[in-house]
Design a protein around this ligand. Structure first.
Ligand SMILES: Nc1ncnc2c1ncn2[C@@H]1O[C@H](COP(=O)(O)OP(=O)(O)O)[C@@H](O)[C@H]1O
Ligand SMILES: [Mg+2]
Length: 142
């Protein structure tokens, strides 16, 4: 039997409900456990949590979490939402927030903890596919 594991991918569609990020985090933990990736669970959960909370706070529709395998030991977390705007922190080097700022640190954490990250708009209203997707990877040991 081959020891090379097959590529895998899971997508969880979420309604715009306060409990959705929690359900998505629980699902993420189950998936990573099933694929023997528990060593990346803490980082993956942090990345997913920031992206999912943002999708909830900064869009007004449904959103989705996708997890997929990468190189051995790596995982890519993608969060889709209906707001087409790409956050500035994913476009250019963000400025550190004021010491007294109560928000604006989540994507800085994502940039610090992820091995790679990116974003793209999804743009065809005619096919009901609009908004954007933000992704982050972890597990390379970088
Ligand atoms: N999914 C998103 N869609 C649109 N804008 C976003 C999204 N996520 C983040 N942003 C923008 O980027 C800013 C910084 O996000 P973040 O660092 O997570 O801080 P916070 O969520 O605490 O404001 C947000 O205030 C918002 O303006
Ligand atoms: Mg945030």
């Amino acid at each position: 039997m081959s020891t090379v594991s097959k590529p895998w991918s899971y997508t969880l569609q979420l309604p715009h409900e306060a409990h959705s990020p929690r359900i998505a985090r629980c699902t993420l933990r189950s998936i990573l456990k099933a694929h023997q990736l528990t060593q990346v669970t803490d980082t993956a959960e942090l990345l997913a949590s920031e992206l999912l909370t943002n999708a909830h706070l900064h869009s007004d529709g449904a959103y989705a979490l996708r997890l997929r395998s990468g190189q051995p030991g790596q995982v890519r977390i993608s969060v889709w939402d209906t707001n087409p705007e790409i956050p500035t922190a994913f476009v250019k080097e963000p400025e550190a927030p004021d010491d007294s700022a109560e928000c604006g640190r989540g994507l800085l954490l994502v940039r610090l903890c992820a091995d790679a990250w990116g974003a793209y708009q999804l743009g065809d209203a005619a096919f009901g596919c609009t908004g954007k997707l933000l992704w982050a990877e972890c597990g390379s040991g970088k």
